[in-house]
Design a protein around this ligand. Structure first.
Ligand code: PLP
Length: 378
C-alpha cells in the first residue's frame, strides 16, 4: 500500500542530503567541539559553519544564533530570559490566543511568577486585529510575542506591522517562526524581529535540534548553567550531528525554497479544490494570508479522529488534544470562533517537498470515498 504523508507540520522526513551530512558526526567525527585538540577543532569548525548557515537563512549574524534542543526550548529561553532580564522596565507581555502551547504554557508559567500576560483574540480569519494590539500596548510592556505562521491553519500574521508597533513603545518583538523558516524568505532586519525560534525537524533536519535568534544587544538570563556554552545561555555539550543537519537543511532551504514552494502550492491547491467539492466542507482561516503548504478543512458530519483512524494510507492530523481523558477541541479553531462540532470535524493537511502529484490524487480519492461512506451516501 502506498503510504501518503500529509502531516509535515507535525514533523518532516529527513532530507537524504541532510542525513549524509550528519552521519560522519555520529561516526568518526565524534569529538567534543569544546576540546582543544585537533579532532575537537575540526568538529568546532563544522559547528561554526552550521551556525552561519542558520544565520544566513534569516539574514542574521552567526553570533546571534544559539542552538537549542528544539523550538520549545528556544521559546522558553526567549520568553523567560526577557521576563527575567527586563523586569525592571515592566512585567507585561502580549501574545496571541492561537500560539503554540510552547508559547502559551510558558506565558502561563510566567503568570505564576508575577508577570501579566495579555492573550490577544483572533478574528474568524485567524488574524489578530492590529487595533486590539495597539490598545493592549502599555509603557510596562516588555515583550510582544506573535507566531509567524500558525501550525494548524497556516495563517500568516502581519508580523512586520506588529514588530513596528511593539518597537514604538520600546518593547521587544519575538516571533515563533517554527512553521515559517525554510518555507518563506525571512530577513530579521527587514521585519524588525528581535527574537526568533525555529526547529530542525519541521524543515527536513533531524529531531532534537532547534535554534534561537537573539538580536545583538539583547541580554537574556541563562537558561541552563554549567560550562557556559551558547553564549552562556544554554550550557551543555552540543548535539553536533543534529546541529550539522540543521545547518545543511537551512542551506538546502535557502537554495530550493522557491522551487519547492511553487510545486507544493499547486499540489495543495489541487487537494483543496477537489476536497471542497465534498458537500458541506469549508476551509478554516484566511486563504489570502496563508502559507502554501497547509489546508485546514472542516468536513461537516465526519468526525476527524474517526477519519484519521480509518485511513490506513493517508497521514493527516486534527488539532484536538486529549487532556486527562477529555478530548478538547483545538484551541486554535476555538479561538477563531468555530463551534465544537466544526472543530471536531476539521482535518489539517500539511504538505511537504517529498509529496507527489500521484499521492495527492490517491489522497483525494481516499478522503472522498471515506466521507461518502461516513455521510451515508456511498
Ligand atoms: N511552535 C510551533 C508553531 C510548532 O508548530 C511547534 C511544533 O509543532 C513548536 C513550536 C514546537 O516545536 P518543537 O517540536 O521543535 O519543540
Amino acid at each position: 500500500m502506498q503510504f501518503i504523508y500529509l502531516d509535515n507540520n507535525a514533523t518532516t522526513q529527513i532530507d537524504p542530503r541532510v542525513l549524509s551530512t550528519m552521519l560522519p558526526f555520529l561516526k568518526e567525527n565524534f569529538a567534543n567541539p569544546s576540546s582543544t585538540h585537533y579532532f575537537g577543532t575540526t568538529v568546532l569548525e563544522a559547528i561554526i559553519s552550521a551556525r552561519t548557515q542558520v544565520a544566513d537563512l534569516i539574514g542574521a549574524d552567526n553570533k546571534e544564533i544559539i542552538f537549542t534542543s528544539n523550538a520549545t526550548e528556544a521559546i522558553n529561553i526567549a520568553l523567560k530570559g526577557v521576563a527575567e532580564n527586563y523586569s525592571e522596565k515592566g512585567k507585561h507581555i502580549i501574545t496571541v490566543s492561537t500560539e503554540h502551547k510552547a508559547v502559551l504554557d510558558t506565558c502561563k508559567n510566567l503568570e505564576t511568577k508575577g508577570y501579566e500576560v495579555t492573550y490577544l483574540p483572533v478574528q474568524k480569519s485567524g488574524l489578530i486585529d492590529l487595533d486590539e494590539l495597539k490598545k493592549s500596548l502599555r509603557s510596562d510592556t516588555i515583550l510582544v510575542s506573535v507566531m509567524y505562521v500558525n501550525n494548524e491553519t497556516g495563517v500568516i500574521q502581519p508580523i512586520k506591522e506588529i514588530a513596528s508597533l511593539a518597537h514604538e513603545i520600546g518593547a521587544l518583538f519575538m516571533t515563533d517562526a517554527t512553521q515559517a523558516t525554510g518555507k518563506i524568505p525571512i530577513n530579521v532586519d527587514d521585519i524588525g524581529i528581535d527574537l526568533l525560534s525555529l526547529s530542525g525537524h519541521k524543515m527536513y533536519a533531524s529531531k532534537g535540534i532547534g535554534a534561537l535568534y537573539i538580536r545583538k544587544g539583547i541580554n537574556l538570563s541563562a537558561y541552563t548553567h554549567g560550562g557556559g556554552h551558547e553564549n552562556g545561555l544554554r550550557s551543555g555539550t552540543l548535539n553536533v550531528p543534529s546541529i550539522v543537519a540543521l545547518g545543511k537543511a537551512c542551506e538546502v532551504a535557502e537554495q530550493e525554497m522557491k522551487q519547492d514552494a511553487e510545486r507544493i502550492i499547486s499540489l495543495r491547491n489541487e487537494l483543496e479544490c477537489e476536497l471542497l467539492k465534498i458537500p458541506d466542507t469549508f476551509v478554516n482561516g484566511s486563504t489570502e494570508n496563508r502559507i502554501y503548504n497547509v489546508s485546514n478543512i472542516c468536513f461537516k458530519g465526519c468526525d476527524a479522529s474517526v477519519m484519521i483512524g480509518r485511513m490506513r494510507n493517508v497521514a493527516v492530523s486534527n488539532g484536538s488534544a486529549c487532556t486527562s481523558a477529555v478530548i478538547e477541541p483545538s484551541h486554535v479553531l476555538a479561538a477563531m470562533g468555530l463551534s465544537n462540532d466544526n472543530a471536531f470535524t476539521s482535518l489539517r493537511f500539511s504538505l511537504g517537498k517529498f509529496n507527489t502529484e500521484a499521492e495527492i490524487k490517491t489522497a483525494i480519492k481516499t478522503i472522498s470515498e471515506l466521507t461518502k461512506m461516513m455521510l451515508g451516501y456511498a
